[in-house]
Design a protein around this ligand. Sequence first.
Ligand SMILES: Nc1ncnc2c1ncn2[C@@H]1O[C@H](COP(=O)(O)OP(=O)(O)OP(=O)(O)O)[C@@H](O)[C@H]1O
Ligand SMILES: [Mg+2]
Length: 295
Amino acid sequence: MQIHSNIGLKMKVIAFAIQKGGQGKTKTALHAGYWGLEIGQRVLFVDLDPQNAKTNLNSESLIDTESSAAVGNLSGTLRDLARSNGFDVPDDAAVASGIIDENDHRKPAYFEENGAFIQVDSRLASLNFDVNTFRKKLQIARKKFEEYAKDFDVCIIDTGPGNIYPLILAMSLADQVIAPCTMDDNAIAGLDSLTANLLEVRRQIGAEFNLAPLGILPNRINRTRARHMQSLNLLRESAWGNHVLPVELYDRGAIEESSTRAVWRTQRGETSSSVAAQEMVDACKCIYSLVGLEG
Ligand SMILES: Nc1ncnc2c1ncn2[C@@H]1O[C@H](COP(=O)(O)OP(=O)(O)OP(=O)(O)O)[C@@H](O)[C@H]1O
Ligand SMILES: [Mg+2]
């Protein structure tokens, strides 16, 4: 079992990334975090998807709280959860761009006793990747993560499909990258462009940039659609085959509707024994085992 993470931390960092939109990054990231809490880990969520930040002239944190869970907004969902758990999210809570700002010492906001989050902000969206400053920024981020590792066992990073900077940052900080992938031909192309970009960045940055291992999580499969089953087989047999995780998520209404509550929890807080719940638990267990955490 791995004792320390890739970047030398006791906190395990799992990033959800694929350059194509709508593949289930946010949905699976949320569940992976909920799973950590379920098995008694202290979990920090980091929202690095600039899509979730809306411009707001009055505040710097710029979160659109209205369009939360329903549109796959991690920050919004966790704010909702904080509210329903009676946890106050302070105005001076940490925001995503602060991760690469050495003068920013704001703290993550808690949404429950063992769970906290760093919300996305619009500054993150305006970052332009620059190979010359990236090394320094990565060092700053690593230092911040050393601080977070004092309070958290697991860090879950959600990324967005557009801006490459947060994506590269997430992948450089992670111990494990999970790429949820629907059975859409373009999603597989999304994997190709993700790796092409990363390889280019590694070429430019050199040895300091370690690529975290990639696990592809087949998602939103519909068994009744022959094309989906064909795509799944193709994916498993493709050049990506070795990276495809031995678990699958099917297209389930219960997963789509889950937001501030994990699909394996009923409204009354009991454990659900639905197929959707079981599939998600299996996927989470698989992801955690990749970073040496069993539960
Ligand atoms: N296994 C599933 N079954 C049913 N619905 C799903 C499943 N996985 C994801 N979804 C739904 O698919 C949509 C896209 O998922 P999600 O928002 O997690 O994707 P994303 O990769 O984060 O997208 P973006 O790139 O825009 O951030 C959401 O409406 C989500 O509820
Ligand atoms: Mg998302």
